[in-house]
Design a protein around this ligand. Sequence first.
Ligand SMILES: Cc1cc2nc3c(=O)[nH]c(=O)nc-3n(C[C@H](O)[C@H](O)[C@H](O)COP(=O)(O)OP(=O)(O)OC[C@H]3O[C@@H](n4cnc5c(N)ncnc54)[C@H](O)[C@@H]3O)c2cc1C
Length: 403
Amino acid sequence: MTTRLRTEVAIIGGGLMGSWTAYFLRRRGLSVALIDKGEIGAQSSGVNFGNLRLQGRHPGQIPLALRADAVWDRIVEHLGEACEFERGGHLYLAFDEAQMAKLGHMAEDMFRCGVPVKLLGAAGLRARWPWLGAGVAGASWSARDATANPRLVTPAVARAARRLGAEILSGTRVSAFAKDGERFRLATDRDLEIESDALVNTAGAWGPQIATVFGESAPVFAAGPPQFVTEPLPYFIGPSVQAADGRVIFRQVRRGNVVVAGYPRGASDPVANRAPVDPARTLAAMQSLVEAVPRLAGTSVIRVWSGIEGYLPDMLPVIGVSRTTRGLLHAFGFCGHGFQLGPGVGLTLAELLVDGGTSIPLSDFDIGRFAGEVAHDERLSREFDSASLAATGWSAAGKATLP
Ligand SMILES: Cc1cc2nc3c(=O)[nH]c(=O)nc-3n(C[C@H](O)[C@H](O)[C@H](O)COP(=O)(O)OP(=O)(O)OC[C@H]3O[C@@H](n4cnc5c(N)ncnc54)[C@H](O)[C@@H]3O)c2cc1C
């Protein structure tokens, strides 16, 4: 027999975005059902690198990122657990003068947005972090940046939402969506139908499938960076570190393992639910890791993985109200930067639904921007391998319109 669930807000996608949205909506008193086809937080939200980085973000994202940062600061108050949240700071390493000049421009942008970023020369850098390799020419340093354990965060947010009364439906794929008058009607792959006044699309790389049903579109490409983790070593690194050109990104967890990632990203498969990693990428990132931290030579890699993240050609997410359907909100395609933004997105979507507006500027993230020409971000050619970029149909530079 089919069960019918009636709720004020149905949220499709129990990643970080959907879970924080459910949490903040319950705090504002709305009834909420959070629905995921698999386990809560098992996709990008649970497999990411764990960086909560402010420096280097697109300036248009900073108001949202600062809002998120204020929630991260009070994570224990919100969730009852810290999820390994730690303000260890973040370094961008430059290996030559050109990279250093780029970091200088980025630091100026960040200063204008209210994020203090300091530039450090080679000598100052090595005095503080003597384990850095001889090839490092300088760095930018953001002391406020943080990390957390992605495997812990989203389930903890969903548990907090459930304690406040949210329905959490894992193992439930929404298979059909419709709007019938003022109500959304959702069919699922279980004997469960859901009826809601509002619908939130936080379906990650699968977000466009829902948008399309309502006559909207976004050219999302599913990909992920190769990631790996080393055997545990005595703790010595401290901050989270990223080569300015992305060839290696690393941090050491307190248990001693060094978590490593590195561009280029490769294509992943949201249909087969696979995120393969070419072993050559792990070897290349390991080599770059040893250039940055020579004392890690000979360290063993114990696990390799990636994830299914949604990327858009301008490297900005879709966040905001639908252009076609009243009561529908989108927040998907976070382009590799969503872990930090999650609580800010949840608060903002809750505000949009309860108050009908928000003070956070969202125009850069409007789904309607894909109706015309979209400028491609220069990072595409650097941060994605050429085969997966070719598969997107996007060019490394220039503009594109939806087919
Ligand atoms: C390897 C990797 C490293 C990363 N590193 C970082 C980092 O260090 N810092 C950072 O800020 N960001 C990072 N990111 C990006 C970050 O993880 C994502 O931007 C963020 O987790 C996106 O969250 P989400 O809730 O939008 O998507 P997801 O976590 O993908 O959640 C979407 C959910 O929707 C569900 N869903 C889809 N369709 C349906 C349906 N029809 N019915 C029911 N459920 C459905 C899926 O099962 C999924 O659980 C990284 C990403 C990857 C892959």
